[in-house]
Ligand binder design. Structure first.
Ligand SMILES: NC(=O)c1ccc[n+]([C@@H]2O[C@H](COP(=O)([O-])OP(=O)(O)OC[C@H]3O[C@@H](n4cnc5c(N)ncnc54)[C@H](OP(=O)(O)O)[C@@H]3O)[C@@H](O)[C@H]2O)c1
Length: 296
C-alpha cells in the first residue's frame, strides 16, 4: 500500500512507520522537520502542496498534534493543542480534495478525553460525554476527520487511551510511581486509567486500514482498564515495594492547573466495544501482562 502519515516521527508514529515498512508498504511522512531524508520506501514531505495531484494514497493515517501532557494549559497552549490537530486535519482534507483519486481510507487519532471526566460508568463509543476542554478538542478534531466522508473516503476515528510502550510516553512517568520502595497514586487513586499497549495500537490501526468493512469511531483501549491505584499496584507487584502513599490532588492542581483535573485526577473507564465486535483481539488485554512485558 502507499500510505501518507502525519505524526510519523512521534512515539506512536515512529513504531507504526517501522511496522508498515516491514510489511512492505511505501510510507510518506508529513513532518515539520526539514532535516529528515528517506529512501526508496520511506519519504518525507514538509508541505502538502508539494504532493502532485496524480499521487495515489491507499491510506492516510493522521496522528499529528502537540503533546497534551506537557506544560500548563494556558490559553495560548490550548490554542496550539487545537490548531496542531484540527488545522493539520483540515490541510489533509484540502490535499485529499485536490488529488485525482481521494484516499480509500483515513485512520485519524482522537482521544478518550472525548468522554470528559467521568466516574465508574463503562464507556462504549456511544456513551454520553461530559463538557470540558479535552472533550471539545476531540469533538473538533473528529469533525475535521469526518469531512473526508464527503470525498467517499472510509473514515475510522480512534479514541486512544493512555498508550504504554517502551522508551517514552506515559509508561516512563507511571513507572516512577514505584520508585525508592514506595508506591504512589494520584489523588484518591480511584480514577480510571484506560491504558493500551502500543503494540496493540499499531495492530489496531493496521486492522482498520486493511478491513474494508469497518468505519466510524473506535475506542482504542485495552478491554480491562484499571484504577490509578490498581496500576501502581500492578507495577509494585514487579518491584520490592514497602509502602503505598497518595500524592494529594491539591499538590497536583498547584503544579499543573486544569490539566491535573482533566488528565490525572479524573479518568474514564473506556471499553473497546466496537473493535472487539469487529473481530479485533488484543494481545495485551490485562494490565499485568502489559506491565510485565514493558518491564522485561
Ligand atoms: N501517546 C498517548 O498516550 C496518546 C493518548 C491519546 C491520544 N494520543 C494522540 O495520538 C497522537 C500521536 O501520539 P504520540 O504519543 O505519538 O505523540 P507525539 O510523540 O507527541 O508525536 C506527535 C507528532 O505530532 C507532530 N506535531 C507535534 N506538534 C505539532 C504541531 N504543532 N503541528 C503539527 N504537527 C505537530 C510531530 O511531528 P513532527 O515534529 O514530525 O512535525 C510528532 O511526530 C497525538 O495526536 C496524541 O494526541 C496519544
Amino acid at each position: 500500500m502507499n500510505i501518507l502519515i502525519t505524526g510519523g516521527t512521534g512515539f506512536i508514529g515512529t513504531a507504526l512507520v517501522a511496522q508498515l515498512l516491514s510489511r512492505g508498504d511505501a510510507v510518506t511522512v508529513y513532518t515539520r522537520n526539514t532535516s529528515l531524508s528517506g529512501d526508496q520506501s520511506l519519504s518525507y514531505v514538509n508541505r502538502l502542496d508539494d504532493i502532485p495531484a496524480s499521487t495515489v494514497y491507499d491510506a492516510v493515517i493522521n496522528l499529528a498534534g502537540e503533546s497534551i501532557a506537557e506544560g500548563r494549559w494556558s490559553d495560548a497552549r490550548k490554542r496550539a493543542l487545537v490548531s496542531s490537530r484540527v488545522d493539520t486535519t483540515n490541510a489533509l482534507y484540502a490535499l485529499a480534495g485536490r488529488l485525482a483519486r481521494p484516499p480509500a481510507v483515513l485512520v485519524s487519532a482522537s482521544a478518550i478525553g472525548y468522554y470528559g471526566s467521568q466516574d465508574d460508568t463503562p464507556l462504549a463509543e456511544d456513551a454520553a460525554a461530559v463538557a470540558g476542554f479535552s472533550h471539545q478538542l476531540c469533538v473538533d478534531w473528529e469533525a475535521a476527520a469526518r469531512r473526508f466522508e464527503t470525498l467517499g473516503t472510509r473514515v475510522c476515528v480512534v479514541r486512544l487511551g493512555v498508550v504504554l510502550g517502551p522508551g517514552g510516553g506515559a509508561f516512563e512517568q507511571l513507572r516512577k510511581s514505584v520508585q525508592f520502595g514506595v508506591a504512589t497514586w494520584l489523588g484518591s487513586g480511584r480514577q480510571w486509567l484506560s491504558w493500551v499497549h502500543r503494540d496493540d495500537v499499531l495492530r489496531a490501526i493496521t486492522f482498520l486500514v486493511d478491513n474494508d468493512g469497518v468505519a466510524g469511531v473506535y475506542n482504542l483501549t485495552a478491554p480491562e482498564p484499571v484504577t490509578n491505584r490498581g496500576f501502581s499496584e500492578a507495577l509494585a507487584a514487579h518491584k520490592r515495594v514497602l509502602v503505598g502513599l497518595p500524592v494529594p490532588g491539591v499538590v497536583m492542581r498547584l503544579a499543573l492547573g486544569e490539566m491535573a483535573d482533566e488528565l490525572l485526577l479524573n479518568g474514564q473507564r473506556v471499553i473497546p466495544q466496537r473493535l472487539e465486535q469487529a473481530g479485533f483481539s488484543f494481545e495485551y488485554a490485562r494490565v499485568d501482562q502489559a506491565v510485565s512485558a514493558l518491564l522485561a
